[in-house]
Write a protein that binds this ligand. Sequence first.
Ligand SMILES: Cc1cc2nc3c(=O)[nH]c(=O)nc-3n(C[C@H](O)[C@H](O)[C@H](O)COP(=O)(O)OP(=O)(O)OC[C@H]3O[C@@H](n4cnc5c(N)ncnc54)[C@H](O)[C@@H]3O)c2cc1C
Length: 359
Amino acid sequence: MNAGARRKLDFLIVGQGLAGSLLAWRLIHRGQRVTVLDDGHRTASSKVAAGLINPLAGMRFNRSPFVHRWLEELERCYGELEEAAGRPFLHPQAMVRLFRSPGQARFYERRAAVAEDGDLLGKRFAPEAAGEPVHAPHGGFLQRRTGHLDLPALLQFMTRWLESRGALRRQPFDHARLEITAQAVRHGELEATHLVFCEGFRGKDNPWFAKLPFAPDKGEFLILEGLAPERLPRRIVNGAHWLLRHADGRYRLGATHDHHRLDPLPTPEGREALEAGLKRLVRHPEALRLVDQQAGVRPSTADRKPLLGTHPRLPRLHFFNGFGAHGSLTIPWYAERMADWLLHGRPLPEEARLQRFAN
Ligand SMILES: Cc1cc2nc3c(=O)[nH]c(=O)nc-3n(C[C@H](O)[C@H](O)[C@H](O)COP(=O)(O)OP(=O)(O)OC[C@H]3O[C@@H](n4cnc5c(N)ncnc54)[C@H](O)[C@@H]3O)c2cc1C
């Protein structure tokens, strides 16, 4: 094909996980000509993620200063997608948070003293008084503004939506085939003014962004059928492991962490660890039957913050990645910020900029 016959795009996006999908959604709604390349979700963590939305992460119930903006934007963004699809993707559900030691309660008390976090926290409960059939030897508290995103359904919708606009190609992107000129980037017959990489954990091997401190984190989880739902928790329960009743009616039990074995294959050790965790979590593990075990690799980073920005010397190449274990919560807000940066040069949030690793 000669250069004149090439289809000129504003943006070529590599990867149609949640990050590439939501960035494409934003850019197309702002009038941009976009094509997304994806290799059939070969390594998509978005395809397997449980989609848990938990604004208070970790043992200390820390939160980002941006958490209220994330929550506001996710409701707006998933609301727009739900309206376009005519079906729900976001499923709000309260979360029962279980203390893992007696000392952990002090982190709850510290958070409860912050007036602006009042919407995130419910009441603390005493040991074994969770109001759910779970083991709660140290008590816990109720968390609000939590839930889960039906990621497989959302990805499927986005695939169809992009295809219906001729904006999705199911093919691998080959870094060695990329031509970069002063005016454009070219990959085969595709020519674009800009290229954005949204490759998930495989971003660690991107030759133009090679030095970024990725810390990919393999995770495994179980899919379970509820044989006696009346003996199982109605709300999300979250202690050393979490259990969630998914929109598809089945339960998800997660998750493991492994920074060494970076493949999407379930393992017998992962299953054993999760089954042991289930017994410690719920009173009636026999009320659940194993249906499936899945695995994927989270695109996590060393400082647990996303990686957004433009190559320092190649201004046509951009990066939108590093959403770790919380993409469902954070990607909607960062996709909006990324679109503002790409289209209007509005500065990206400091904590997510690639430049923080410049030295
Ligand atoms: C087990 C597990 C549980 C999780 N649980 C949760 C959870 O409860 N809540 C939550 O918010 N997050 C969770 N996550 C994390 C969540 O999956 C991520 O934050 C988010 O989905 C990342 O999206 P992404 O688009 O950046 O990456 P991905 O979803 O990995 O998408 C990248 C895409 O790019 C494609 N690709 C890569 N390289 C190429 C190439 N060269 N050519 C073509 N295509 C390419 C891949 O095949 C893939 O489709 C979990 C992850 C795992 C693994």
